[in-house]
Design a protein around this ligand. Structure first.
Ligand SMILES: Cc1cc2nc3c(=O)[nH]c(=O)nc-3n(C[C@H](O)[C@H](O)[C@H](O)COP(=O)(O)O)c2cc1C
Length: 305
């Protein structure tokens, strides 16, 4: 009932582990797939390893998480080893998430992984919590995003799909998605964390995160994510990986009604464990039985009619 085809990949369910949660090792990614997740996205990586920001860098609050992890990752060589190991152990779907500090670096990282045949390359141009180091994300500029899309798609070729990961900031996510589609993107992942935001310790009277600010994720951003997916669906014809604030089956169904083909889940896995995928799958099946839908396609985008 929940089996979903996404380009050449066959997913057991339409759920995707979002980038940044448990996506650093082959073993952790395979374990997530064993728990009813349809595809995993690696943690975003660039050429050289990055330490990221000082602790505390992840702060749970009532309606989500504030994170300033700062794109810490072990670098492309180490991630190539983990992805190769993943591929030697299973042929289930893996999406490789890449980023660069410069436009050229996106191309260098894409070159590194293209030979491993990931099921998709996700291009992170929208992390909001590295502004202090990198300035405005490339994803705020249609020109930069278009250039990165062309560069990565050129390297990925026709056999590896490329999804551009966008945020709700910048000149409008519909416009940005169109710029990606016009420049060769095969899919859009929407959205990244929102903000950045800040929370203050009222006794110490200082921001709690060492970085002071961090990207907001989890239930607090669900309405922004649903609206972003809705807007992208109206702007482009390519498929959408709807991500942001999904915690329950009802949240995931909203994403699909707004137009998502796949549903990314990050913070809910961090907060509730990988069992959350079984709960989401059972809830969607229940909904489909109630309304007589046979496949996800039967209700995808219906909120637009
Ligand atoms: C701790 C943490 C680390 C993240 N790291 C990345 C990352 O490396 N690359 C990326 O594209 N998104 C990253 N994200 C964003 C998520 O992939 C996702 O887009 C966002 O959190 C919204 O989904 P959620 O509310 O289900 O978490 C991270 C999010 C969190 C909470």
């Amino acid at each position: 009932m929940l089996k979903t085809r996404f380009f050449k990949a066959e997913l057991e369910t339409p759920f995707v582990l979002a980038s940044g949660i448990l996506g650093l090792t082959a073993s952790s990614m395979i374990r997530v797939l064993d728990f009813g997740c349809g595809a995993v996205t690696t943690k975003s990586f660039n050429m050289e390893w990055r330490k990221g920001h000082k602790a505390p860098s992840i702060l749970p609050f009532e309606n989500g998480l504030l994170n300033a992890v700062g794109l810490s990752n072990p670098g492309a060589d180490e991630m190539v080893r983990e992805i190769s190991q993943f591929k030697s152990r299973t042929n289930r779907p893996l999406f490789a998430s890449i980023f660069g500090r410069t436009i050229d670096e996106f191309g260098q990282v894409a070159e590194k992984i293209v030979g491993l045949q990931p099921d998709l390359i996700e291009v992170n141009v929208s992390c909001p919590n590295v502004r202090s180091e990198f300035g405005r994300p490339f994803g705020d500029s249609p020109q930069d995003t278009a250039a990165i899309t062309r560069l990565v798609k050129n390297i990925a070729g026709s056999h590896i799909p490329v999804s551009m990961k966008l945020g709700p900031h910048g000149p409008g996510i519909g416009l940005m998605a169109k710029a990606c589609e016009d420049n060769g993107a095969d899919a859009i992942t929407a959205i990244n964390t929102v903000g950045p935001g800040m929370l203050i310790d009222i006794d110490v009277r200082k921001p709690i995160l060492a970085n002071k600010t961090g990207g907001v994720s989890g239930p607090a951003i669900l309405p922004i994510a649903v609206k972003s997916v809705y807007e992208v669906y109206q702007a482009v014809k390519i498929p959408i990986i709807g991500t942001g604030g999904v915690t329950t089956a009802a949240d995931a169904i909203q994403m699909i009604l707004a137009g998502a083909s796949l549903v990314g889940v990050g913070t809910a896995v961090y907060e509730r464990g990988i069992e959350v995928f079984h709960e989401l799958a059972a809830g969607i099946e229940n909904y489909m039985t109630t309304y007589g839908f046979k496949t996800i396609e039967d209700f995808r985008g219906l909120a637009h009619e």
